[in-house]
Design a protein around this ligand. Structure first.
Ligand code: ZN
Ligand code: ZN
Ligand code: FE
Length: 763
């Protein structure tokens, strides 16, 4: 007989880990105990050496689905000769460090029970167990225990209590455990808030499904916030949703009843199906099948070659889709444009009354707002465009232990990040923090993260931009030394941490705009960077943005400036492009004056502005209705033809001073001539993409040769672009360089909090 003390770190609390070990120990005839500690769990196991060995192996190999087993430590101790294996409670340690797990989709066992007529939770929309259900969204404080969740107000009935207390039950210490007798309930309300009366034998989900089938718009309270739902096959319903939500252009996400339904509207493969069905249940962007076979309304995602699709992830969603006759549903965030998603019933009735006809409500409060995550394919890999529900606040594991830091992220697509030891905890997607509500959400998220992870940061990291709300907060409220981090440096180090690499690399940071220390707007940057600093080795050419922010929305302004500078205004006008007559002579001459005087024309090396300009000139997108629209639509246009059919464009690689700045005038002039001629937009769009890839790889090649750096790190919002990411990766690898792109955190500004945190920790 031997006895070992075994410690297990990682996410091992609130995920059914102790009952799992308890069952294992009993099967292996081991005695001893298991207890939660501040670091995870501690096991003492006594029995035959082979059996103890088997237990340790199973800890990692057979762990419960939501567990993330970190480091396992073992050491022999004196055998005690006990007679049983016990789960011990340690209320002080419960849930302290490892307790905050991401929310998880309902598991197969719970679904089976929900569909079983004789089960006491038949058709119960809030069924869950230790392997599934809400976590981060319902936690109000630590330690993670029923009273510190939004389930505090629901007293468990004797049956639920018995499950909760039985170590052999799947619901042992499942904090959100509930049933129709004692748990939350769902109901339907009209826009004035009054509950809809139902006929005998009907439940609110049946009726909600019928309302959707009839073309009504529903606000549906979910896991991390409200959705707005409607029949995705009804042109009228989708168009009504667009006009009432005042959201033009931007694609709507879809929820489909199962993988077969996804396959009918999109092309999938094994990787895609595994992600769709994963416990995180993200929205996955997948290539569309052609209408009308898909049956979807055209206005679901106009101008796109992909649909954002997801599978149901709460029991309520399953019941809703079934009641809707398995129709594909539009499921878009329940908010008005630019505001955070609504999370409470009153807020929904208040702010979504103009949009939804009916409200499917429930009484389990949402503590933390958490929007759906969005992921995209790149080759065989999948990367997040928005990392939120199902992932947050799971940490990114760092290469080494760092001092405690809070990083407050950027201004758009904000997330915040806490570093504690080797873990970097990244918050859910907070979004654009311009408005009052969004700013309050940001402040609340910072406070909640610091509380849940019990962190006392010794410094606060923020963006250098003086105008960012997050940076202002850091300076005013942090009360700690503030480390200002350059935007693109943060992008690169974020991608390094994401890949677990350290040291000096060649960083390519491409995005819209970020604050540059030289007073211009950066966004097409080639940096030699590591965790403690960077050197700017090159950048894309500077361009005037007539009217600053206004040029980002009215993409034609950037086109005027960029193409005018490349070939001269006179030559540009001789082409007689239709675009200028469409925007009007007066508007054009106002902008021309701005360009020639340079008044209100900030200079930008932003890569996004190139996409804006080309999208405008090709007619793909002359006014961006949402951030990044021009780039997204230009990429979609480019995917319609192969490189073989694309136009071939050229560029020059000149050196201005010590800085490498490619000359894109030949590319831009040729694009303008093609736009004026009879060349099809997809051929131009594809040619532009291919040329940009050539530009970037040529710059990388030169800089790598000069600097000796052969690891290239790709980050910034432009790398949400699949065409660029895939073909640039290929090209750089072909040059013998090692290429790193994002894996767990988004390439866009949702990822910069991680980079800020790591840089500040090295400061
Ligand atoms: Zn379950
Ligand atoms: Zn109950
Ligand atoms: Fe950025």
């Amino acid at each position: 007989m031997v006895r070992e003390r075994i410690t297990v770190g990682g996410i091992v609390q609130g995920v059914g880990f102790r009952p799992f070990v308890y069952r294992l120990a009993r099967e292996l005839a081991l005695t001893g105990r298991i207890v939660n500690t501040v670091h995870g769990v501690e096991i003492e196991a006594e029995g035959r050496p082979g059996n103890v060995e088997q237990l340790v192996r199973a800890l990692r190999a057979d762990a419960p689905p939501l567990a993330r087993v970190g480091a396992i430590g073992r050491r022999p101790v004196e055998p005690e000769g006990g007679s049983d294996f016990r789960i011990e409670n340690s209320p002080t340690a419960e849930g302290r460090t490892a307790g905050v797990a991401p929310d998880s989709a309902v598991c197969a066992d719970c679904l089976a029970e929900m569909c079983n007529r004789s089960d006491r939770r038949w058709r119960y929309p809030f069924i869950n167990c230790t392997n599934c259900g809400p976590r981060y969204t319902i936690i109000t404080d630590i330690p993670y225990d029923r009273p510190t969740t939004t389930m505090a107000g629901f007293e468990m009935c004797p049956d639920c209590r018995q499950e909760y207390e039985n170590p052999l039950d799947r619901r042992f210490h499942a904090q959100p455990n509930a049933c129709p007798l004692c748990g939350p309930r769902a109901w339907l309300a009209t826009a004035d808030g009054s509950e809809l009366e139902l006929a005998a034998g009907e439940d609110p989900l049946h009726v909600a499904g019928r309302l959707l089938r009839r073309g009504h718009l529903l606000a549906v309270k979910g896991l991390g916030g409200f959705h707005l739902a409607c029949d995705a096959t009804s042109e009228k319903a989708v168009a009504t949703l667009r006009s009432r939500k005042r959201r033009q252009g931007k694609p709507f996400a879809l929820m489909l009843p199962g993988l077969a339904a996804v396959e009918r509207i999109c092309r999938t493969d094994r990787t895609a199906r595994a992600w769709l069905a994963s416990a995180a249940r993200p929205i996955l962007l997948l290539p569309k099948r052609k209408r009308p076979a898909s049956g979807l309304a055209l206005s679901v995602s106009p101008g796109m070659e992909e649909h954002g699709v997801m599978l149901p992830y709460t029991p309520l969603h399953y019941l809703l889709l079934e009641a809707a006759g398995d129709l594909p549903l539009v499921m878009t965030s329940g908010n008005m444009s630019d505001e955070p998603i609504v999370i409470d019933n009153e807020g929904a009735l208040d702010s979504l009354a103009q949009v939804a006809d009916y409200f499917l409500l429930h009484d389990r409060p949402i503590r933390m707002r958490n929007d759906d995550s969005v992921m995209r394919r790149a080759g065989r890999k999948v990367f997040p465009v928005r990392r939120s529900r199902g992932f947050a606040p799971r940490p990114v594991r760092l290469r080494r232990k760092l001092p405690p830091v809070l990083a407050v992220g950027g201004q758009l697509k904000n997330t915040v990040c806490l570093v504690r030891g080797r873990d970097a905890f990244i918050s859910q997607h907070v979004g654009d923090i311009d408005g009052g509500d969004s700013y309050r959400f940001f402040v609340d998220t910072v406070g909640q993260m610091l509380r849940l992870f019990e962190l006392e940061p010794d410094r606060v990291a923020c963006d250098m931009h003086p105008g960012y709300q997050s940076s202002r907060w850091a300076r005013r409220h942090g009360g700690k030394p503030v480390v200002e981090v350059q935007h693109h440096h943060a992008h690169i180090v974020s991608c390094m941490a994401d890949n677990g690499i350290t040291g000096r690399v060649l960083g390519v940071a491409l995005d819209g705009t970020g604050y540059g220390p030289d007073g211009t707007l950066w966004g097409g940057e080639f940096l030699a960077a590591d965790e403690s600093g960077f050197e700017r080795l090159g950048h894309l050419p500077l361009c005037k943005l007539p009217g600053g922010e206004a040029a980002i929305r009215h993409t034609w302004r950037t086109a005027r400036s960029l193409f005018g500078a490349a070939m001269g205004m006179e030559k540009l006008d001789k082409l007689g492009l239709e675009l200028w007559s469409r925007v009007g002579r007066d508007a054009v001459s106002t902008v021309d004056r701005m360009i020639s005087t340079g008044i209100n024309c900030p200079l930008s090396s932003g890569c996004g502005r190139l996409f804006d300009a080309v999208a405008a000139l090709t007619g793909v997108c002359t006014e961006a209705l949402y951030e990044g629209q021009a780039a997204v639509e230009l990429e979609a246009m480019a995917t319609r033809v192969s490189s073989a059919r694309a136009r071939k464009y050229e560029f020059r690689l000149n050196q201005s001073g010590a800085m490498v700045v490619p000359d894109l005038a030949p590319l831009l002039e040729a694009v303008a001539v093609d736009c004026a001629g009879s060349v099809e937009p997809p051929e131009i769009a594809r040619g532009f993409h291919d040329c940009l890839v050539s530009v970037i790889s040529a710059v990388c090649r030169r800089l790598s040769a000069e600097s000796g750096l052969n690891r290239v790190v790709l980050s910034g919002g432009v790398f949400n672009n699949r065409l660029i990411l895939e073909s640039l990766g290929c090209r750089l690898r072909g040059l013998g360089l090692r290429v790193y792109s994002h894996r767990e955190v988004p390439p866009g500004d949702g990822g910069i909090s991680l980079g800020q945190a790591v840089i500040a920790a090295h400061n």
